[in-house]
Design a protein around this ligand. Structure first.
Ligand SMILES: C[S@@+](CC[C@H](N)C(=O)[O-])C[C@H]1O[C@@H](n2cnc3c(N)ncnc32)[C@H](O)[C@@H]1O
Length: 335
């Protein structure tokens, strides 16, 4: 005999209006935080009746999540779709491939547009790309899918890119290497380092990329400065930003310190690095996929925070629709 059980989601930790870390206080308090990853099962009155613990290792979570993305990027059906529909904004919003409208492919599409222009300017030479927080180098695969689709298979990431990935995790880099063992090693270089502690000469890479990682390296402002310095044409970034006057430090669910940049932090870098920030998207944290990621930040403060899809261009306006970030500081953020 089998018994049917219908499970309903419940929220074990609703956000408070004001979070523990929202108050500007001079007091130095010690907060003990225990991080566990688990399923909790509650009865209708919210009482926990059963818990199922999962491993809490961030490298394992990232390996699972990002190898899954890479496998989806290699799916022959997805590649066929891009080849038939063309690599364009409409093709990214096809219901059959929901992965394509997620953040990373949308940012890869911006890189793809730049890569084509740089390739034209260089008469087909390789475009160098620095991927900060590269995980398993899954961006290489999405760019490969786009380049192959747009050239009817004549070129791909293996022939068009010189890829340099940096990550702090040996495990993720090893997986990244294994999954790209077919790529010539001189055009696929990986480096283990903290994201604020790399050192390349200015303008070493045509393009640079980082998806959220700059917010949580050891020194986010130095990391961003270094990224912009090593960029020759453009940097493509997802960054969490507040519209409050000053940026602030918080902590994310995995226990990592997290710096939320202010718009002024970013705009202050434009003159120093001879370029301009543009944005193609702004996703308010209230609508993000991990709304409670920032520990101790309440509903009111969350309203000021969001993720910008940014391009820092040293070569004038980007080759796609984007607004100068300075407009977001002056007016609303709507595109
Ligand atoms: C959630 S993933 C996001 C990056 C992913 N490649 C993407 O584009 O969406 C975070 C990655 O950043 C790496 N990471 C976290 N802190 C770092 C640090 N301080 N320096 C370098 N990499 C870091 C992690 O190992 C992981 O691969």
């Amino acid at each position: 005999m089998s018994e049917r059980v219908r499970l309903k989601r419940f929220d074990p930790l609703p956000l408070a209006g004001e979070g523990l870390f929202d108050r500007q206080s001079d007091e130095t308090q010690l907060v003990a935080l225990t991080i566990e990853t688990k399923y909790q099962f509650a009865n209708p009155s919210g009482e926990i009746v059963h818990e199922y613990l999962l491993p809490s290792n961030a490298d394992m979570h990232n390996a699972g999540g990002y190898v899954d993305k890479l496998v989806k990027y290699r799916d022959p059906a997805l590649r066929k779709h891009l080849r038939h529909s063309g690599v364009n904004a409409v093709a990214l919003f096809d219901e059959r491939f929901p992965i394509l409208k997620s953040r990373s492919p949308r940012l890869d599409f911006l890189l793809f547009e730049w890569i084509r222009i740089i390739r034209d300017q260089q008469n087909g030479g390789r475009v160098s790309l620095f991927d900060l927080g590269c995980t398993v180098c899954e961006h290489w695969d999405m760019l490969d899918a786009m380049l192959q689709a747009a050239s009817d298979g004549r070129e791909g990431a293996a022939s068009a890119l010189s890829y340099h990935g940096l990550d702090k995790s040996v495990m993720l880099l090893s997986i990244g290497r294994l999954l790209h063992s077919q790529v010539e090693p001189q055009h696929f270089q990986l480096m283990r380092a903290d994201g604020a502690q790399f050192d390349f000469p200015p303008e070493s890479f045509d393009l640079t990329l980082s998806v959220g990682v700059v917010n949580h390296v050891s020194d986010p402002r130095i990391s961003l400065e270094r990224m912009l310095s090593v960029t020759r044409h453009a940097a493509v970034l997802a960054l969490w930003v507040t519209d409050e006057k000053k940026g602030f430090w918080g902590m994310i669910h995995s226990g990592l310190a997290f710096y939320v940049f202010s718009l002024q932090d970013l705009l202050g870098l434009e003159q120093i690095h001879g370029g301009r920030f543009y944005y193609t998207d702004y996703i308010p944290e209230e609508q993000g996929s991990q709304q409670k990621s920032l520990v101790g930040v309440g509903v009111e403060r969350i309203k000021h925070i969001g993720c910008y899809h940014l391009v820092f261009s040293k070569r004038g306006a980007p080759p796609f629709q984007a607004l100068p970030l300075a407009h977001a500081a002056d007016r609303g953020k709507d595109l």
